[in-house]
Design a protein around this ligand. Structure first.
Ligand SMILES: NC(=O)C1=CN([C@@H]2O[C@H](COP(=O)(O)OP(=O)(O)OC[C@H]3O[C@@H](n4cnc5c(N)ncnc54)[C@H](OP(=O)(O)O)[C@@H]3O)[C@@H](O)[C@H]2O)C=CC1
Ligand SMILES: Nc1nc(=O)c2c([nH]1)NC[C@@H]1CN(c3ccc(C(=O)N[C@@H](CCC(=O)O)C(=O)O)cc3)C=[N+]21
Length: 284
């Protein structure tokens, strides 16, 4: 059995399916549009945007990036979102997280139209993830993790799954999605008392803490499936995950690398959501 879970392979398979779906749009002269809104800058967001722009152009989706100054006020930010909501040319809106402190996610999340909300900012989409209802947009990163598990035939049913991280982009929604597929879930965070003990019980371990190479040998059960969501940059500016790959690949049953893992699938799922949003909006 394959030990390295190759995100690129999963992303390429999905990309081929999306290209076929795009033929329907070409016949009708429709080009789906994604608009990414980013306030300020961060290296992980820059890497994501680069990946998303590339993926969209390969598939034939138009992708605009709105870079806003890091001191932008909340009212001005809400104006930008409302204009994008009303702009017929825009099918999908993605707001990069985290937002700067002067802009409250708890205000903005009510503004974005659920039908354009391709990365699950809106409570309408989030509630569907919570209840397991079909039809909304789940956040792209946990969807990418599920896509990798499905692609490699890993069934979460009855498995002990441990997630390190409880953010709204990754940890919390992923817990709900794994729960829907009948895993038994533990969610760890900075106040977890014995992380090594909790993580060490996992048959499926997901690292989404944003701490370079924090997952060490003493935290992983022999044979576990290890999914590394982290995107960090080491002292030489090289991308690395939350998992110490050299150490953990010796003990894990299966493992995703960084780069070449979850990230590539995340941007392809984003493209899928834009196509789905466009279909709904155009009644296709
Ligand atoms: N590959 C991909 O497609 C994507 C990658 N990412 C990457 O995933 C990582 C996480 O992103 P995000 O969720 O936005 O990050 P956040 O900073 O929002 O959340 C990090 C979470 O990890 C927990 N955490 C941090 N350090 C530790 C620790 N030492 N022990 C236990 N728990 C810890 C925090 O706990 P607490 O709540 O207590 O603070 C928090 O819940 C980042 O590297 C990001 O770049 C994100 C999205 C997509
Ligand atoms: N609302 C919101 N949603 C997010 O999903 C989100 C976010 N905000 N803020 C920032 C983090 C970080 N993140 C990355 C995803 C892919 C790459 C990435 O590098 N992808 C490469 C491939 C990397 C690889 O090979 O593993 C690509 O798409 O080609 C990086 C970072 C998403 N995030």
């Amino acid at each position: 059995m394959e030990k390295i879970l190759k995100g690129k392979e999963v992303a390429d398979a999905l990309k081929q399916r999306l290209k076929q779906e795009m033929e329907e749009f070409h016949k009708k002269n429709i080009t789906p549009n994604l608009t990414i809104v980013i306030v300020g800058d961060r290296p992980d967001s820059a890497a994501y945007i680069k990946g998303a722009v590339k993926r969209c152009s390969e598939i034939g989706i138009e992708c605009n990036v709105r870079e806003l100054p890091k001191d932008l006020g909340q009212d001005k930010f809400v104006d930008v979102i409302q204009k994008l909501n009303d702009d017929e040319k825009v099918n999908g809106i993605m707001i990069m997280r985290p937002l700067p402190p002067q802009i409250s996610e708890n205000v903005v999340k009510y503004e974005i139209y659920p039908a354009k909300d391709v990365d699950c900012f809106s409570p309408v989409n989030l509630s569907k993830v919570m209840s397991g209802e079909e039809g909304g947009f789940a956040p792209c990163t946990p969807s990418a993790v599920m896509e990798i598990l499905h692609h490699y035939g890993i069934d979460p049913r009855g498995k002990k799954a441990v997630i390190i991280g409880r953010s709204m982009v990754v940890g919390r929604p992923l817990a709900m999605m794994l729960l829907k597929e009948n895993a038994t879930i533990t969610v760890c965070h900075t106040k977890t008392l014995n992380l090594a003990e909790e993580a060490g019980r996992a048959e499926i371990l997901i690292a989404a803490a944003g701490k370079a190479k924090m997952v060490k040998r003493n935290m992983v059960k022999e044979g576990a499936v290890v999914i590394d969501v982290g995107i960090n940059f080491d002292e030489n500016g090289r991308m690395c995950g939350d998992v110490d790959f050299d150490e953990i690949s010796q003990v894990a049953g299966m493992i995703t690398p960084v780069p070449g893992g979850v990230g590539a699938v995340t941007s392809t799922i984003l493209a899928k959501h834009v196509i789905d949003a466009c279909k709904i909006q155009k009644n296709l």
